[in-house]
Ligand binder design. Structure first.
Ligand code: BDP
Length: 696
């Protein structure tokens, strides 16, 4: 066990004997004419062989019934009578149903299209792995979000920006001729979750990705992914017409530039007929964009959208922007630049918005653009790779972070206007909808840099399919499939996972603090970070600690970022008595002696939380120790070693933060709290020249 099989180990039969159901699961009637049909059969063969101990027998044509019957109305005479019902499940939905065919108990895996059948097979295998009763089964599943996409921040040289799982999975050098079997396994894993798109290259894109030679490489990946329902997208560099095309400008209103993008789109679609479209980071962190020509983001996005429209492609235009000159409050910037563009974007443009207004911090309020652009499909961008959450070594389950963001209420159309409803398009009636996760995948044997980081890929995919699912239920499925369905294993691990994100918030940035990590590589604490090229790349800009208090005043008396939210939300955030304590220092500059709900003054509460975070890691270590012998040795040891790293680093975060803030406020530690073992200067002097992940 080295983790490479992910949650698709198919290693343990569920406690219940399969044959108890009376469905002869060893008999499968399934078409095998198309690549997707064969993928479904292969997965079933693999899964049932693992779970039942022997491979099933496959039949293609009619003549037999009973057992499992897979297909679409077009591919299977057994499913054909269900055409009308299946039409209601759309292009990707599926149905699992126990029924009787010729008097024999039969389980149908039926869908309108082959891809739905494949999704249904993965769903069925999941039910078997997690011990769900198959008797009387009736499941109808339709994805709630249309584009469910992984964004790879992979550079063409193999380096993954903010990647902690080794090098890029894509071996651009041997593509297109060599198609590594891992590409297929990647596609299988994604299809098992319903992920249906993959942006192959970094948002800090090289124009070279759009050259003919690299398009042929991308086309080879698209060929591998296609049977699994995954479309390929590319990060597009806005200035590519200059760099690749030799034009003098990339101005979106220039007819030559427009022609260049149209020709490029034609070239791409000739190689990749189902190409998904472009992801664009423009006028942000030094990337080129339409503002270089005094044009708006809308004019830039529409340029690419027009080029792709004839082929059915989309543009995912990112709202993660900042101005060349430092704004008074960076949290305001995306809203200020984008909210006014609502209605000005083509139908095939989605604006891709990070979950919070700064940058994937351990905790942020939801981004104020959600709910503020009703005429535009807004795509959620989550980070699966843990740039700000301890890289790959910290056990931090992101399900609760995603859930918190999706369940946030924008109040855009009254109470209940959740971010999930904005993202899935239901609030404003958009057929086009999307959700993206910045991938944590690399060539590490575990794929994600650690065993538990696989859970974040998994949770992202499951929530992309249905943003209303519970992070806890998803974790339970993942543990059962990844480690063991034994409730004595599932329950303690799920509990440990569920509190792990809050623990990281506690030991890194409690009470709404944010952006206090070390400069550049972002590894470890750096609340003292000051100076350098931009104030909004420092920590002091965000925490604003002084002798009197701490926190960024974004209230109506401060930067007024609160007013970017709907009035009900703004009122709550604006009021120091009503704002959730978890976001207190995000929105307010608060005196050190401010009384908290616990009865402690703010400073004591901060220290309490730092220490509580460290204690939680102690508890995770203790829990993990009790599982020794119930988890295979290699994976148990790997996790235990990483927990030890996390324990030391949580302590480091706590001590460095306490030492730094104490140097500002001069306050004593609350009774019972241990002083940091080193002076502040020690923490400030630590250097990590080869810390991973900083690609810029
Ligand atoms: C930040 C990362 C940087 C990315 C940027 C982005 O530090 O590497 O390029 O986000 O999302 O979090 O564009």
């Amino acid at each position: 066990e080295d983790g490479h099989a992910l949650w698709l180990r198919y290693a343990e039969a569920r406690p219940l004997d399969m044959e108890d159901t009376g469905i002869g699961l060893g008999e499968v009637t399934a078409p095998g004419a198309t690549p997707t049909q064969r993928a479904a059969r292969d997965e079933l063969r693999r899964g049932l062989a693992g779970l039942l101990g022997s491979a099933p027998r496959f039949r293609e044509g009619p003549g037999g019934a009973g057992g499992l019957v897979l297909g679409t109305p077009d591919s299977s005479p057994w499913i054909a009578p269900m055409r009308r019902e299946l039409d209601g499940l759309g292009e990707e939905g599926f149905l699992l149903r126990e029924t009787r065919v010729d008097g024999r108990k039969t389980l149908l895996v039926a869908a309108r299209r082959d891809i739905g059948v494949l999704y249904g097979v993965f769903h069925l295998l999941r039910l078997m792995q997690t011990g769900v009763e198959l008797d009387g089964l009736e499941v109808r599943e339709v994805p709630q979000v249309k584009l469910r996409v992984l964004d790879h921040w992979d550079n063409l040289d193999g380096y993954v920006e903010r990647g902690y799982a080794g090098r890029s999975l894509w071996d651009w050098h041997t593509l297109p001729d060599w198609r590594d079997p891992r590409y297929t396994d990647y596609a299988r894993a994604n299809a098992s979750l319903g992920i249906n798109g993959s942006v192959l290259n970094n948002v800090n894109a090289e124009a070279l990705s759009l050259s003919h030679a690299y398009l042929r490489k991308a086309a080879a990946l698209a060929d591998v992914f296609r049977p699994y329902g995954i479309r390929v997208y590319l990060g597009a560099r806005f200035s590519a017409p200059i760099e690749l095309g030799g034009l003098a400008t990339a101005d979106p209103l220039d007819p030559g530039v427009q022609r260049w993008w149209r020709d490029k789109a034609d070239e791409i679609y000739a190689l990749i007929p189902d190409f998904g479209g472009f992801l664009v980071k423009a006028n942000s962190e030094g990337q080129p964009g339409p503002q270089d020509y005094a044009r708006t983001h809308a004019e830039g996005a529409n340029l690419l959208a027009d080029a792709l429209a004839a082929h059915g492609g989309v543009v995912m235009w990112r709202a993660f922007v900042y101005a060349p000159d430092v704004a008074e409050d960076r949290a305001r910037q995306a809203y200020d630049e984008f909210a006014g563009l609502d209605g000005a974007l083509r139908d095939n443009v989605l604006v891709q918005v990070k979950n919070g207004p700064i940058d994937f911090q351990p905790r942020e309020p939801f981004h104020p653009l959600f709910g503020a652009m009703p005429r535009t499909p807004l795509m959620m961008e989550f980070q699966v790779t843990k740039e700000y959450l301890g890289f790959a070594t910290h056990l931090v389950y992101l399900g609760p972070l995603y859930e918190e963001a999706l369940r946030s209420d924008t109040h855009a159309q009254g109470a209940g206007s959740t971010v999930a409803k904005v993202v899935d398009g239901s609030l404003d009636g958009h057929a086009l909808s999307g959700i993206a996760g910045v991938a944590n995948i690399g060539d590490d044997r575990t794929w994600s840099g650690s065993h538990f980081d696989q859970a974040n890929w998994y949770a992202f995919g499951r929530l992309a399919w249905n943003p209303r699912q519970s992070a806890r239920d998803i974790a339970a499925d993942w543990v059962a499939m990844t480690f063991s369905p034994d409730p004595g294993v599932v329950a303690p691990i799920v509990d440990m996972m569920m509190g792990s994100r809050e623990a990281a918030v506690d030991y890194m940035t409690p009470l709404g603090l944010h952006h206090l990590m070390a400069r550049g590589h972002h590894y470890g604490p750096g609340p003292w970070v000051d100076g350098g090229p931009r104030a909004d790349w420092t920590s002091v800009y965000y925490h604003r600690a002084d002798a009197r208090g701490i926190g960024f005043d974004r209230s109506t008396r401060g930067s007024d970022a609160v007013s970017q939210y709907a009035p009900e939300v703004a009122r709550t955030f604006d009021d120091i008595e009503q704002v959730p304590e978890a976001l207190l220092l995000w929105f307010h500059h608060v005196p050190w002696d401010h009384p908290m709900r616990s009865g402690r003054p703010l400073w004591d509460e901060m220290v309490h939380r730092y220490t509580r975070g460290v204690r939680y890691v102690d508890a995770m270590q203790a829990t993990w120790e009790t599982l020794r012998g119930r988890i295979d040795g290699p994976r148990h040891a790997h996790v235990a070693a990483f927990l030890a790293i996390q324990r030391a680093e949580a302590q480091w975060w706590r001590d460095a933060s306490v030492a730094y803030f104490q140097s500002i406020n001069g306050l004593p530690l609350p009774a019972g709290e241990l002083p940091p073992p080193h002076p502040l200067a020690y923490y400030e002097a630590l250097q990590f020249p080869h810390a991973p992940g900083d690609g810029r």
